[in-house]
Design a protein around this ligand. Sequence first.
Ligand SMILES: Nc1ncnc2c1ncn2[C@@H]1O[C@H](COP(=O)(O)OP(=O)(O)OP(=O)(O)O)[C@@H](O)[C@H]1O
Length: 329
Amino acid sequence: MSTSTEQSTGAGRRGPGSGEVAAFRNVSKNFGAVQAVNDISLTLHPGETVAFLGPNGAGKSTSIDMLLGLRDPSAGSVTLFGGTPRQAILDGRVGVMLQSGGLMPDVKVRELVKFACDIHPRGYDVDEVLKTAGIADIADRLVDKLSGGQEQRVRFAIATAGDSDLIVLDEPTTGMDVSARQAFWAVMRAQADAGRTVLFATHYLEEADSIADRVLVIHRGRLIADGTAADIKARAGLRKISFDLRPEDDSDLALLNNLPGVTSLDISGRTVRINSNDADAAVAAIYRAGFYPRGLEVSGVGLEQAFLTITGEQDAADESASLAKENAR
Ligand SMILES: Nc1ncnc2c1ncn2[C@@H]1O[C@H](COP(=O)(O)OP(=O)(O)OP(=O)(O)O)[C@@H](O)[C@H]1O
């Protein structure tokens, strides 16, 4: 069994260049008429922290299920460490925290986490795992008497019960309070610093922005973006313009709607907030229209806005492709 020092350092047996962690090769998955995953190819590398983003029903959980060998692809192949997902899991190379699935009832937290430590080929000491997951104080509680956030922490403890190379987390912080979230990500950062690969699906885009060094965006089963959070924000090409109107501004506010490249406009009191895909032209037009903006600021948009933009663009492209197809009939 590993010591707590090994738990925090990852026993020093990993590092960049130690091979391919996971590979999807032209993977699709259908459930009857529903195409949940559509021709995804990607490779995960050692030491990466990867956020998996997508709207509800995009195909994240289905992809994770295939990564873990819980579902077979309808087409294509998934490998983990060059072999089957099943073998990687049997070898204890993967720690998993899934979104759903009840925890075993009628057992205490400590018993359940100890079981996870015992069955892991390189399991850690149970007390260390309980402490790291912040559940030492509820170790003697029955698992089915926990709050939602406490249950998540127990799932987290199980995912980190041993020295795995890949940690897969499906919406891990749902139900956690702010301090639990911060503690959770501090532990995950330490896991990544130790060279482990961490893949997490989330709807909290600010978490993806601050934690992940790579962001995958899946939409309607297709991988539509793969890069750093900065790449994805730049790809959305949006800038945020904000300013206050001066009391003497008497130009028609409707003119703001007609600025070049405006994708959204919000006027609250005398404060104007604009998202624009052509900020230079929009700012010039603001002055041309006769406004005297006070405290004008132009900045990049957050990952959330970029995500909405690129998924919206994909919807528009899909819609026009299907219209073109219909017209060709
Ligand atoms: N067992 C199933 N049978 C039929 N359809 C399914 C099944 N599992 C998933 N789907 C469908 O496949 C699509 C992708 O679902 P999936 O759960 O992978 O999405 P998700 O991105 O994880 O969504 P969420 O963010 O809401 O958890 C959805 O349209 C869903 O309804």
